[in-house]
Ligand binder design. Structure first.
Ligand code: FAD
Length: 444
């Protein structure tokens, strides 16, 4: 089974001839956009090349957090937190959202100082968060045997279930009239006078007034056909889940060697807290200078490797005529191989520090490809080169929690409504207009 199980959303049999908006990509960002638009009375088609939420959106850790977030994302994330609170009622389905708190441990003075800065940032946004001393951590988690300088506990942070949320949102969009099309890759745009007039899918064309690209790691390939450069590189993360386990924490906990989150099924989703893999691909050379700040700060946690992905990238990037099968059809669900060293190493490190996890049994391991931008915040914008073409992508490893609000902001931009937050930090032009690319202090 590729990735965590996601109950399939059965797609519509017929393609609509015309809708107001086509959303390309049925991850949680595309689904949230479709739901917003449908609720506002617009006709929508959500087109997904594989299954709803089968890529990043079901493979992530399931953390929904304001803590340790880039300040540029804070207003949008505050909106997201509000939406998550009502999402079960709004969708009529349990999305697994629980405010159980998130703990970021600090193993050095420097890490503790960073946590202090993030605590102050949260306070600036009226979110309460506690800076714990090593003694406080010991009192809270007596069985955790970890040498620490302290930790940041944000009780208002929480978790949701990636295997449920994306499909719940897409199904709710359908309940409000959206067309949901699965196994339906969008090959490209139809343009009239340079403006969007429709899309070409593998099942035929759909006329529309606007297109939202929410294609995750595929967005770069899709947009380049129109001369739109979305700088994105992929990082491959590895995750495991355990069978149900009694006696572990309700809070999600991060430390360097492991990160854990309790699941709705009683098991835990566990991963290495910082190490990932990066395949060297042709785009790596093109973008290397733009990613220098990220490379400098995250060098130690990124394992660069030469692999067959180099040639797959060449294949996927090739522009084919729109009446031929596209790369999007050749890879229905991107299913990278997880690193056993990272997953099993994370569980071993956790078991060493927390006895209850010695009984944990591994139920599944999976990989997930993350779409990272040079400044690690997303693009949520209209692509100025092609009127009617909008982009919501590059969520850089923390888009699950913020997605419901990203969908709201995208819907505002498409419909011309006053945006729910200032969209300026997310504009695509920041990568080409001379703006200095800066990372959040987390990377400093
Ligand atoms: C291991 C891992 C851990 C993470 N942990 C967290 C976390 O704890 N908290 C958090 O907030 N975020 C986390 N993230 C990040 C989060 O999962 C993503 O930011 C979020 O899911 C992005 O959603 P998306 O809809 O943009 O992309 P995706 O879920 O990748 O969806 C994009 C979809 O577009 C489809 N598509 C692409 N091109 C086409 C096309 N041409 N036609 C039709 N369909 C197309 C794809 O098939 C895909 O289903 C994590 C990610 C990973 C991989």
């Amino acid at each position: 089974m590729p990735g965590p199980y996601v109950a399939p959303v059965v797609g519509d049999e017929t393609l609509p001839k015309h809708v107001d908006v086509v959303v390309v990509g049925g991850g949680i960002v595309g689904a949230s956009t479709a739901l917003e638009l449908a609720e506002r009375g617009h006709s929508v088609a959500l087109c997904e090349k594989g299954g709803i939420a089968c890529e990043q959106s079901s493979r992530n850790w399931g953390w929904v957090r304001l803590s340790r977030r880039d300040i540029r994302e804070m207003p949008l994330m505050l909106e997201a937190r509000k939406i998550w609170s009502g999402l079960a009622e709004r969708t009529g389905r349990d999305v697994g959202y629980r405010r159980t708190g998130i703990v970021f441990t600090a193993d050095s003075e420097n890490a503790h100082a960073q946590n202090t800065r993030y605590r102050d940032q949260l306070q600036d946004f009226q979110v309460s968060s506690d800076l714990l001393s090593a003694k406080d951590v010991k009192e809270k988690f007596p069985d955790l045997d970890l040498p620490l300088h302290g930790a940041l506990l944000t009780a208002d942070d929480g978790r949701a279930e990636p295997q449920l949320a994306g499909t719940a949102i897409a199904t709710a969009a359908r309940d409000r009239g959206a067309n949901i099309l699965v196994q339906c890759a969008v090959r490209g745009l139809e343009l009239v006078g340079g403006r969007v007039s429709g899309v070409v899918t593998e099942r035929g064309t759909i006329a529309c007034n606007a297109v939202v690209l929410a294609g995750g790691v595929w967005s770069n390939f899709f947009a380049r056909r129109y001369g739109i450069d979305i700088p994105q590189l992929n990082v491959t993360a590895s995750v495991l889940r355990t069978d149900p386990l009694e006696g572990g924490p309700e809070e999600a906990i991060w430390c360097k060697d492991f990160a854990l989150r309790k699941r709705l099924d009683g098991g835990y989703t566990i991963a290495n807290g910082h190490e990932n893999f990066v395949d060297i691909v042709p785009r790596s050379f093109k973008y290397v200078f733009r990613y220098l700040p990220a490379l400098r700060s995250d060098w130690a946690s990124l394992n660069f490797r030469a692999s067959g992905q180099f040639f797959k990238d060449v294949f996927d990037a090739k522009l084919r005529p729109l009446d031929e099968a596209s790369a999007f059809e050749y890879t229905r669900v991107l299913d990278p191989v997880p690193s056993k060293r990272l997953t099993d190493g994370a569980l071993a490190a956790l078991a060493k520090r927390w006895p209850v996890f010695r009984q944990a049994t591994i139920a599944q391991r999976w990989g997930g490809c993350i779409d990272v931008t040079p400044d690690a915040i997303p693009v949520i914008d209209q692509a100025s080169k092609v009127p009617g073409f909008f982009v919501a992508t590059g969520f850089s490893g923390h888009g699950f929690g913020i997605a419901p609000a990203a969908g709201r902001l995208m819907a505002d931009l498409v419909t011309g409504k006053a945006p729910v937050v200032d969209p300026a930090p997310f504009r695509l032009s920041r990568f080409s207009d001379g703006t200095k690319i800066v990372l959040s202090p987390e990377h400093a």
